[in-house]
Design a binder for this molecule. Structure first.
Ligand SMILES: [Mn+2]
Length: 288
């Protein structure tokens, strides 16, 4: 149970849907919204991050979400932060980037402000948090909301360039509450946007991307390392297409590989119902 803190959905909402990694697959997103009969008057959507890149219409996804900020939230994913880096001139294009339309959009300044204002972690209700990749094993839900707020302040302010640059640093940092400065912010932002596995000491690995059964010895999914008081709310996350749809105790993975041409998934928090829409977007240049 979460303390009274953090961004929350309205109690009068009929249904809250969390939608997986869209990655610019705007046509598929629209089909999924029709299938779940998303009603902007009564329902809410939380995107699990990686709204953009690799797919054909990142600008369409951003415009759709920005025009509905009252009912559509998104947490930050690694590709969203890469877009911030591109918009700030901090990063060159990567080989499979499909961000040109966003970078050339007349409202690119508004897009940059909007993305930088998205949270790293979002509390939907008393029992559910949404984060792009995951948590470090000792974080409770309330701690994660506080820590996400620290990283958000850096991203919105003058610390953005240093924070974004640090996200490429290896190896991962195990969490210690006494971490400070850039190391602290990197530990938070990198875990929330990149983690898949941790070692027995809770140190995250940022290289392995495959299925859990193929993980190197000693590494296990981050949510299997959570123990005791840290596991106090269900965390809905994306980022791990090789994991696919996955219900674990107090964690639900919903990245079903839209960017691989598979499916885009919506999860209704109210009753746990999952709906998957086959991808119809052209991913000819998306690669893996
Ligand atoms: Mn991701």
């Amino acid at each position: 149970m979460l303390a009274a803190r953090g961004t929350r959905c309205d109690a009068s909402v009929v249904a809250t849907w969390v939608i997986g990694d869209v990655q610019g697959c705007f046509r598929t997103l629209q089909k999924l919204l029709r299938r779940i009969r998303f009603d902007e008057q009564t329902d809410r959507v939380v995107l699990v991050g990686d709204m953009v890149n690799r797919g054909p219409d990142s600008l369409g996804v951003l415009r759709w979400a920005m025009e509905r900020s009252r009912v559509v939230e998104s947490v930050l994913g690694n590709h969203d932060l890469h877009l911030v880096a591109r918009l700030l001139g901090l990063s060159d294009a990567r080989r499979r980037d499909t961000l040109d339309a966003v970078l050339e959009a007349p409202e690119r300044a508004e897009i940059l402000d909007w993305i930088r204002a998205r949270p790293f972690v979002h509390a939907c209700d008393h029992d559910h948090l949404v984060v792009h990749a995951g948590f470090l094993p000792t974080w409770s839900a309330d701690e994660a909301l506080t820590l996400g707020g620290e990283a958000s302040r850096a991203l919105r302010g003058r610390g953005a360039a240093a924070l974004i640059a640090s996200l490429h640093d290896r190896p991962g940092l195990a969490w210690k509450s006494k971490l400070s400065g850039g190391e602290r912010l990197r530990a938070i932002a990198q875990a929330m946007t990149q983690v898949r596995t941790c070692d027995v000491d809770g140190r995250p690995d940022y290289d392995f991307k495959g299925a859990p059964s193929k993980a190197p010895r000693g590494l296990a999914p981050w949510f299997e390392r959570r123990r005791g008081r840290s596991a106090d709310a269900t965390v809905v996350f994306g980022h791990w297409a090789a994991l696919g749809f996955h219900r674990a105790p107090l964690a639900i993975g919903i990245d079903t590989g839209a960017v691989w041409g598979r499916e885009l998934t919506a999860l209704r928090l109210d009753d746990g119902r999952a709906v998957a829409e086959p991808v119809v977007d052209d991913l000819a240049h998306a690669g893996d």
